[in-house]
Design a protein around this ligand. Sequence first.
Ligand SMILES: Cc1ncc(COP(=O)(O)O)c(C=O)c1O
Length: 489
Amino acid sequence: MNVAPEMNMKPEDIIRRAYDPERFRQAGHQLVDELADHLAATLPGTELPVLPWQTPEQAYEQVQKLVDQDAETLFSATLLHTIRLHHPHYAGHQITPPAPVAALAGLLSDLVNNGMGVYEVGLLGTAMERYVIKTVAHQFGMNDQADGFLTSGGTLGNLTALLAARRSQSEKDVWQEGDTGEFSVMVSDQAHYCIERAARVMGWGQQGVIPVPCNDRFQLDTSSLERCLHEARESGRTVIAVVGNAGSTATGSFDDLHGIADFCERENLWFHVDGAHGAAVAFSEKHRELVTGIERADSVVLDFHKLLLTPALATALIFREGEKGYQTFAQKAEYLWSDGQSEFWYELARRTFECTKTMYGLKVFALLTEHGTPVLEANIDCVHERARQFAELIAKADDFELLLEPQTNIVCFRYIGQPRDHLAESALNELNQTIRDKLTREGSFYIVQTDWQRTTWLRTTLANALTTPDDLQQLLDRIRTLAKTGAGQ
Ligand SMILES: Cc1ncc(COP(=O)(O)O)c(C=O)c1O
């Protein structure tokens, strides 16, 4: 039913119609039914495609045709043409298939539209956010001094953490006086590009990031830290922080957090952990050891929308000494009680980059209420186990090559053909790129790719806990078929 305004309708009546509770009830019930059907059809993986590929031009053409339709037609078309994260053949970018209860919380948040910037327009959502932050800090092994907030993605979380680092480490008041671009952070060459972007946003230019080499497992080589720091200082840079990866974007590698923490303590540097992807393992008894040392970080970013069943976006930024989070944007230290705790934990915009934001806390809190932390642990354990099994399958196949044993749910590999094929490196790169394109266009599997030292690797993030070893065997078989039936043509 299209409810576009009729001729000569009064503005108030147009608005009243837009708010009509009965219309909402009807369209809402139908949408929830369709979403439930979508889940039921997608979860078993028997229906393809996982990605109904169309060109951007085709998509735009279709959207133009939808503009005069009603909401029901629009929602059905959107569902028909969406990538399906709940499909067991989804193994692409690092986005989690959300638990339905968290998506329902998103709908609730969108309708009541709490602004969250100040307590009066956040109320329960503000308190939920605090609960979520305290829960995460506890999982990291931090004490009650730890505090933080939820923010709009790992990119903004990392920028905010580095702003706090600059405020804390700088001898002058950079908030009042600005800086002259002399600061730098040290980070491995495997860091997500948002770290470099943050440094450039702060006006530090290319020198704002001092790249530290990695070992052959793509982990920051802690033995190079001293040399890199020395060279940076020699060239006039003021290094304020080291950023550790937990884990890295391309390969999911975890840096030695204790090693970096020792170095930062010795050199009086801020220690930030980009745990957007992997800090989630703190919720798993089995995999927590990957982030030992995280409790010593000054700040940590964790994305709930990567491994923890929460719709995008929901990012936690935690400060080990919670009060440091209040300094970032503050004029004076008027916000602290004598015991170092802030009086204003419930006035979120004092600490966040955003003014208005959605009720991120509600989505995570809904998950915790309905399923508890065991659902987070179960998800982490399943996807890690699946990655281990996939790596095992690849290692056993002599026509595939594994880049490295996975530490998390990210597995990088490539098709190399039989030894007798003797394909040149450039031909192999082209073949793997073409295979990936074909998989995407036929919609049988969704995987991505990464380039490392002029070699193209197929990259899978096993985001779906219900992907089975059989699905993964099917992926390898499909790649073989595409390779042999002329994916390169
Ligand atoms: C390690 C790491 N940090 C930060 C980000 C950026 O996070 P977001 O996409 O939530 O901004 C990513 C995204 O893939 C990542 O892998």
